[in-house]
Write a protein that binds this ligand. Structure first.
Ligand SMILES: C[S@@+](CC[C@H](N)C(=O)[O-])C[C@H]1O[C@@H](n2cnc3c(N)ncnc32)[C@H](O)[C@@H]1O
Length: 198
């Protein structure tokens, strides 16, 4: 009984969070056809530089660590960028809370948590369901840019893309170079660009 109550409270908390996020997304993305998203945007270095270089594009970064989002927002405010927003949200909640009509222009996933233990692989972002959710809201010419310093995660993510009915690995250049915090620390890394199958 106690467990059932705890589960019900947890489920209702997620629903509440998604309702609030839905309202935020509806406001930020009103009138926006396609937007650029960075999932796990950390301190916001990459997306702030990207948004400054692409003033015509609406850019949205999200991260589950509130303090990182606050720092990213301070960066955005200092740079006075009206086309950039950082949200305290998980990828899962964010994807479940998007307005019907918005589309992804480009998606960046830079140095996501690698969850190296096999029993934790289910927590990785780069999974078939995630790719399906993005594909369902694909804008014209959508690209997914993935970068990691974890060799095993890179191979697994590449395999997920190759095995997915909607996606393929592209021989395409990296869209925009700007070192992230984790990139700076990494002795080496690998990058993958993916697009929808034609
Ligand atoms: C290893 S850090 C990389 C941060 C930044 N991209 C960089 O390269 O410096 C991974 C980031 O993803 C965030 N994160 C992890 N799981 C997430 C999720 N489900 N949704 C959104 N962000 C997530 C973490 O809080 C963390 O800031």
């Amino acid at each position: 009984m106690e467990n059932a109550l705890r589960t019900a409270a947890y489920v209702s908390k997620i629903a509440e969070r998604q309702v609030a996020l839905k309202a935020t997304n509806a406001t930020l993305l009103a009138g926006v056809g396609a937007f650029v998203v960075e999932i796990g945007s950390g301190h916001g270095h990459f997306l702030t530089a990207y948004a400054a270089a692409h003033p015509e594009r609406t850019c949205l970064g999200l991260d589950i660590i509130a303090e990182r989002v606050e720092r990213a927002n301070r960066k955005k405010n200092r740079a006075r960028l009206s086309n950039l927003h950082f949200l305290h949200a998980s990828a899962e909640d964010f994807l479940a809370s998007l307005p019907e009509n918005v589309r992804f222009a480009d998606v960046f996933v830079l140095f996501p948590d690698p969850w190296p233990k096999r029993r934790h692989h289910k927590n990785r972002l780069m999974q078939a369901d995630f790719l399906s959710q993005i594909a369902a809201k694909a804008g014209q010419g959508l690209r997914l840019y993935f970068r990691t310093d974890d060799i095993e995660y890179f191979a697994a993510a590449k395999a997920v893309v190759m095995e997915h009915a909607d996606w393929q690995v592209l021989d395409a250049p990296w869209a925009f170079e700007y070192e992230t915090v984790f990139q700076e620390r990494a002795p080496s890394f690998q990058s993958l660009v993916a697009g929808l199958r034609e």
